[in-house]
Write a protein that binds this ligand. Structure first.
Ligand code: DC
Length: 460
C-alpha cells in the first residue's frame, strides 16, 4: 500500500505521515530529508549551487541511507549520521537549489521508488509524491494550512528550542519557500490528480491524522478489502490487493467463457457509481465468482466464517474483499460490516437465501437484506444466476461443464425501498428474482420452474 502526502512547508506532513504509518503498520518516507542530505553534501563539498551538472553528480555519488530506529528516522550520508545536521538553517535556506536541479530529482525519485518497493509500501511525504513519484498511489493527500498558521507553528517550535526569532521573518521565509516550491520547473508542488485536500489550519496534529485515517478506511471500504476492520482476527499484514482482484477477475472471465460459456445480460443496470446492494439467488459455489465477473466495479461479499480459517484460502478471499458471516444466526456483525461498506459507496453482493438452492428454485429471502438496502439508502439490483445449479448441484463434489448465464433486473431505487415495509421489500425483491428467472429461462429455451401458489413459495 502506498499513501502519499504532499503539501507546502510547515503543513504538518511529517507528523501526519508518522502517525498514519504507525496506525497502518507501514514505514514513512520523509523525502524532504533526502533533498536536505544532498544539500548538506553539496555545502560540505563547497560546490557551486548554481551548477546543475555538479549537483546531479553530487546526488549520484552520495551514499544515502534512511534507517528507522524505534519509529524515528535516521539519515546516514557517506557513512555518517546527519539526522540533526540536515535540519540546520543554512541547509533549509539553500535546499531550493538542490530541489530545482532535474538531475538531483531524477536520482532521488528513483531511490524513493526503490525504497517503497523494498519496504512493500510506505506513507511518503514531500512535494511531488502523488504527482510524480507514485502517481498510482492507493490514497493521495494534499495537506494545506494558511501561511500565517504554518509560520506560527514554526515560530513556537524554534522558541521552544531556545532560539531568538521574529515571527515576521519566519512568515516571509515560508512565503518565499512556497513560491519556490510551486514555481520550480521539475517536480513542483501541485495538488496531485485524485488527491484528497485536507486543510489543517484549525486542526491539531492528532485530529489531522485521525481525519486522514478515516479517509483511508473509507476509500478501502469503497474499493478493495480493508485489513484493519475491528472485530476480525486476520493479521493486519494482509494488504488490500486491487491487482490480485483484477488478476482473478480476468482469469475467471477466460475460464468461465471456456468452460461455461458464461454470458451476462442487462449489464446496463449496473450503476457506475455510488452504493449498491445486489441481491442474487444462490445456486452454487460458482455464484460469487460469476458476480465478480459480472460487475465492473469490485464487489464486497460475505463468506462463511469457517472459510476464513482455511490456511491460505482465508487470506486470499479476505484480500479479494470477502468478509465473514456466521451461518445459522442473525449475524449482526456481518450485517453491520455490509452496511459500512455500502455506506462508504461500495457494492455489496448478498446471496439472500443464505444457502444454496436444493432444486434450482429461489427460496425465501433473509429479512436482513431489507434492513441493509433500506438503511444504506442504496440502490438495490436483483440479479439471477441460471444454469449453475445444473452444473454444480449441492450434492455433487465438483462442477461439470455447461452453460451458465447471469441477468440483472431493473434496479429498485432507495426512495422506492424507503416507502415499503421490510416485508414488502423482501417480497418485492423475491418476486423480481422469480420473474427474472422465468424470463431468463424462456430466453434460453429452458423449461420454467414451478413455484405454485404463494403459500407454497413460502415453504422454500
Ligand atoms: O519538507 P522539507 O522542508 O524537509 O524539504 C526540504 C527541501 O526539499 C525543500 O526545499 C523542498 C524540497 N523537497 C522537494 O523538492 N521535493 C520533495 N518531495 C520533498 C522536499
Amino acid at each position: 500500500m502506498i499513501i502519499t502526502i504532499d503539501g507546502p512547508a510547515g503543513s504538518g506532513k511529517s507528523t501526519a505521515a508518522k502517525a498514519l504509518a504507525r496506525r497502518l503498520g507501514l514505514r514513512f518516507l520523509d523525502t524532504g530529508a533526502m533533498y536536505r542530505a544532498i544539500t548538506l553534501r553539496a555545502l560540505k563539498l563547497g560546490l557551486d549551487l548554481a551548477s546543475e551538472p555538479a549537483l546531479a553528480r553530487c546526488a549520484a555519488q552520495a551514499d544515502l541511507h534512511l534507517d528507522y530506529e524505534e519509529g524515528n528516522l535516521k539519515v546516514r550520508l557517506d557513512g555518517q549520521d546527519v539526522t540533526d545536521d540536515i535540519r540546520r538553517p543554512e541547509v533549509t535556506d539553500q535546499s531550493h537549489f538542490i530541489a530545482a536541479a532535474p538531475g538531483v530529482r531524477a536520482v532521488l525519485v528513483r531511490l524513493q521508488r526503490q525504497i517503497a518497493q523494498e519496504l512493500g509500501g510506505v506513507v511518503s511525504e514531500g512535494r511531488d509524491q502523488g504527482s510524480v513519484v507514485f502517481p498510482d498511489a492507493d490514497v493521495k493527500f494534499y495537506l494545506v494550512a494558511q501561511p500565517q498558521e504554518r509560520a506560527r507553528r514554526r515560530y513556537e517550535e524554534l522558541r521552544a528550542a531556545g532560539q531568538e526569532v521574529r515571527y515576521e521573518d519566519i512568515l516571509e521565509a515560508i512565503t518565499t519557500r512556497d513560491r519556490r516550491d510551486r514555481q520550480r520547473a521539475v517536480g513542483p508542488l501541485v495538488k496531485p490528480a485524485g488527491a484528497i485536500e485536507v486543510d489543517n489550519t484549525h486542526l491539531a496534529p492528532q485530529e489531522t491524522a485521525a481525519l486522514m485515517a478515516a479517509q483511508i478506511e473509507m476509500m478501502q471500504a469503497t474499493s478493495y478489502s480493508n485489513p484493519h476492520l475491528r472485530g476480525w482476527r486476520l493479521p493486519p499484514s494482509v494488504a488490500p490487493t486491487p491487482h490480485l482482484y483484477r488478476f482473478f477477475r480476468r482469469l475467471f472471465q477466460v475460464v468461465f467463457a471456456a468452460v461455461w460459456q458464461t454470458r451476462i445480460f442487462n449489464r446496463r443496470y449496473e450503476p457506475t457509481t455510488g452504493p449498491v446492494v445486489y441481491i442474487c439467488n444462490h445456486q452454487s459455489f460458482l455464484d460469487p465468482i460469476l458476480m465478480s465477473m459480472a460487475l465492473r466495479r469490485p464487489m464486497n461479499y460475505m463468506a462463511r466464517d469457517t472459510l476464513f480459517r482455511v490456511p491460505g484460502f482465508g487470506r486470499l478471499i479476505w484480500a479479494l474483499n470477502a468478509f465473514p458471516v456466521h451461518r445459522g444466526t442473525a449475524d449482526t456483525g456481518a450485517l453491520k460490516e455490509a452496511l459500512r461498506r455500502v455506506q462508504a459507496g461500495g457494492q455489496v453482493v448478498v446471496f439472500a437465501e443464505g444457502t444454496r438452492t436444493r432444486d434450482g428454485r429461489i427460496g425465501s429471502l433473509l429479512p436482513g437484506v431489507a434492513l441493509l438496502a433500506r438503511r444504506a439508502r442504496a440502490i438495490t439490483v436483483p440479479v439471477v444466476v441460471d444454469g449453475a445449479f445444473e452444473c454444480w448441484p449441492r450434492w455433487q463434489p465438483l462442477p461439470l461443464p455447461g452453460h451458465i448465464v447471469v441477468q440483472y433486473g431493473r434496479p429498485i431505487l432507495a426512495e422506492e425501498a424507503g416507502q415499503m415495509s421490510a416485508d414488502e421489500f423482501v417480497a418485492r425483491v423475491r418476486g423480481d428474482l422469480i420473474a427474472l428467472q422465468a424470463a431468463l429461462r424462456r430466453r434460453l429455451g429452458r423449461p420454467p420452474l414451478e413455484y405454485g401458489n404463494s403459500a407454497d413459495r413460502e415453504e422454500n
